[in-house]
Design a protein around this ligand. Structure first.
Ligand SMILES: CC(C)(COP(=O)(O)OP(=O)(O)OC[C@H]1O[C@@H](n2cnc3c(N)ncnc32)[C@H](O)[C@@H]1OP(=O)(O)O)[C@@H](O)C(=O)NCCC(=O)NCCS
Length: 172
């Protein structure tokens, strides 16, 4: 299989790729996507099969507060592969590239992501660990707390400081 993987900054994302990602997001997340205001990511990992976009994951770089300590995290969001490309490992490759990019290029301490309970297993197999909340983040109308699962991926030997967690901004 011919597969290409690239990391682009948000402003380098081509309009046709942005359009495709918006469409995937509507299809795969539906109205759940409209529940919150989301941060604009800093980086995007794009995986193509024979030149066609097949999977995506975004990285938002942020210093969050965890148990009163600053922690430099890469917030992973928009993990998606459209149905016709699923089950081929493209999303897994996108995730593994985010791990490498956060660790080697950005020098971050932890990956941090939100998911629903059925996806815990998927991310656990990639090395992620479920963490305890509360996780608080900013919204227009004031702070809100995440109601589903949150996970971290240690990228150095630092141990996750624990709750409570404040994202110090919008969620990703
Ligand atoms: C989640 C998603 C990105 C996975 O894409 P995918 O193409 O099916 O996954 P991959 O092919 O990369 O799967 C890699 C491995 O995880 C397994 N897997 C896939 N979904 C899984 C799940 N829900 N639970 C446990 N394992 C799972 C696959 O069987 C595969 O196993 P293998 O390595 O032994 O072959 C895709 O289903 C999707 O876009 N879902 C809708 C959007 C979404 O919910 N995104 C996550 C937001 S947190």
């Amino acid at each position: 299989m011919e597969r290409q993987i690239e990391v682009v900054s948000e402003h380098e994302l081509q309009p046709e790729d942005r359009e495709a990602l918006e469409e995937w997001s509507r299809e795969l997340f539906g109205e759940a996507e409209d529940k919150y205001d989301w941060a604009r990511p800093d980086w995007r990992v794009l995986v193509r099969e024979a030149g066609v976009l097949a999977a995506h994951a975004a990285i938002s770089q942020r210093t969050v507060s965890a148990n009163g300590e600053p922690a430099r995290v890469g917030g992973i969001g928009g993990v998606m592969s459209p149905r016709k490309f699923q089950g081929k490992g493209h999303a897994k490759i996108a995730m593994l590239r985010t791990h490498e990019y956060m660790r080697e290029t950005l020098g971050l301490e932890f990956g941090f992501l939100f998911c629903s309970a059925p996806l815990l297993r998927y991310y656990q197999r990639l090395g992620w660990e479920r963490i305890e909340g509360p996780v608080t983040f900013a919204q227009d109308e004031g702070d809100a707390d995440w109601e589903e699962e949150a996970m971290v991926l240690p990228l150095t030997d630092r141990i996750w400081p624990g709750p409570p967690i404040d994202l110090n901004g919008l969620p990703w």
